[in-house]
Design a protein around this ligand. Sequence first.
Ligand code: FKS
Ligand code: ZN
Length: 345
Amino acid sequence: MKTVYSDEHRHQDGKAELIDGKLMPCFEMPRRADMILARVKEVKLGEVIEPDDFGIGPVKRVHKANFVEFLRGAWDLWVKQHGAYDALPLNWATRGMRTIEPEAIDGKLSHYSFDAGTPITAGTWRAITAAANVALSGLALLAKGESGAFSLCRPPGHHAGSDFYGGYCFFNNAAVAAQAFIDAGARRVAVLDVDYHHGNGTQEIFYERSDVLTISIHADPKQEFPYFLGHADEAGAGKGTGFHLNLPLRWGSAWDKYEAALAAAMTKLIAYEPEAVVVSLGVDTFEGDPISKFRLRHEDYLRMGQAIAKSGKPTLFVMEGGYAVEALGINAVNVLMGYEQAVRR
Ligand code: FKS
Ligand code: ZN
């Protein structure tokens, strides 16, 4: 399997996030991608290629223009107001307040975000546009006939919605790729999100559509971030009714529970008969993950890849989360190797 990778991800290198009541060094760091790339090379997974530049057009197919322009200009506005250090929001609109976009940059950060863990830095724009290109270039490999491709995106994307960022995510790389499949003529695409956290952004973007089936297996939002979406009764709306599936699992879940959820996801996915599959690949389901509470082990990721291969459809793996940095390469690449073993059989 080929990997698409760009060094541009290094430009997203935030100093700190607010987590568990403390300002801590960012868990979402450049070294994550280094570890995964090193493992790709170590096991000789396949060629590593640079992305092409697709411009901002495909990003604007899933994100609103005002949101994209906010991200493009946010750092400069912040520096003018405060100086050249990372931008973090501090408060949010709640019930009974209004959603008018403020003029001041601090208010704009609050307006477009949903957490204080996602710093906008000097290099954020460079890194997020490159990550979208990495996703789109993976799709181009499938269009050329590959049965699988790996887009080693960083920063991740699945929490980013049509006009909001958060959870370390700015542009929804997987959603950009799924939409590009549709725009290239696919009638049905499925997005399967196996990150530990609910893919709230992906859900929001495609919630009222039947041409993109979205499925997320994740920690129950009653217990876990992002808390306010991801419950089992969210099944799509309007034309999209029946085309979204959430499979929340309780803290402490190990492979037995996970396997059952993944089997249910694959049954739904296969019945949909998509022309292609996009996997939001997070490996923060690992037992050693520092911010998560599932208990998957190294070998479970091989099984995960094998189960995903059952669709028989061209599959694009888009990197999302995973914070047990030393184990990240093994876990992410195990999914890809499990997939390849099953496809070749
Ligand atoms: C829990 C605090 C949680 C934010 C967690 C963000 C997770 C991001 C991710 C992504 F794939 F997007 F990177 N703080 N006490 O792993 O879902
Ligand atoms: Zn996650």
